[in-house]
Design a protein around this ligand. Structure first.
Ligand code: 0L1
Ligand code: MG
Length: 262
């Protein structure tokens, strides 16, 4: 690690305050160009500990930057992983207040819910499908705390991978019976289709993102517990939203899920 404990705590406080007060900041590597990957995840973990200390709960995990469209959009080349706090969850058909966010964007995703623990190393698509209870469509609302969404991978990991809100809904599906690679999604903004894709856009198969997360946690002696909700990553580029917008995700065989912004 290149950063000391105090610096990690200070950067976690800064980034979390930016989230809670909906204000942006330059990316943290501008002031700390030598920070390493362990520092980045340590800052994310310090943000998590701050939330837990205030009584928040973790209700899920996420993989981000898992599609080539997203990697190209953000100018990066590898997936990242974060956590979902309880207050990020928005009910199906619910409303997101833009005043609580900086510059929200939406992403169509496939969410997995596990029925057995997943522990790496060695997890793969087969292990993930065997441990999956069901899948369902999800809209992730991302909101990087970095000015104009300009960041590098270490900065974005520290910022809990731009996590801010998410909605799951629609119909649940059996991951053993669905072909998640060819499962098509259409994202609509105010009734107009604005993004299209299929599950294979996520690392060839969305379960690959879950396997990568399990393998990353396994390297730290941790696992994905049974009953965990995991967002596998945006299938298309993220779409900017603002007050008055209505978003619907239609996923083949899995119904639809909607959210509004005010
Ligand atoms: O969920 C995501 O793919 C977001 C990862 C962080 C990068 C971004 O803000 O787009
Ligand atoms: Mg996402």
């Amino acid at each position: 690690m290149a950063l000391d404990k105090n610096t990690i705590a200070r950067l976690a406080e800064h980034l979390e305050n930016c989230e809670l007060e909906a204000r942006d900041t330059p990316k943290i590597t501008d002031a700390h160009p030598d920070m390493d990957w362990d520092d980045a995840y340590a800052i994310q973990d310090a943000i998590l500990q701050r939330k837990l200390a205030r009584g928040a709960r973790v209700v899920g995990l996420k993989a981000g930057l898992t599609s080539h469209a997203k990697m190209k959009q953000m100018g990066v080349d590898t997936p990242v992983f974060g956590f979902l706090a309880d207050y990020f969850s928005v009910p199906e058909g619910g409303v997101v207040k833009c005043s609580e966010l900086i510059h929200p964007k939406v992403e169509p995703e496939i969410a997995f819910v596990t029925k057995a623990p997943l522990k790496g190393p060695g997890c793969h698509v087969g292990t993930v499908l065997a441990a999956t209870d069901f899948v369902l469509p999800a809209i992730e609302i991302i909101d990087s705390r970095y000015r104009d969404f300009k960041f590098d991978l270490k900065s974005v990991i520290a910022d809990n991978c731009s996590s801010s809100r998410f909605v799951v809904g629609g119909a649940i599906g059996d991951a053993r019976k669905l072909d998640l690679r060819t499962l098509g999604v259409v994202l609509e903004k105010n009734g107009e289709p604005v993004a299209f894709g299929a599950g294979a856009a996520v690392l060839g198969h969305p379960a690959t993102a879950i396997a990568m997360l399990a393998n990353r946690l396994g390297a730290r002696g941790e696992e994905i517990p049974a009953g965990t909700l995991i967002l596998s990553g945006g299938i298309t580029e993220a779409v900017a939203v603002g007050p008055g917008d209505a978003i619907t995700l239609r996923a083949q065989g899995l119904g639809s899920v909607s959210v509004r912004f005010e």
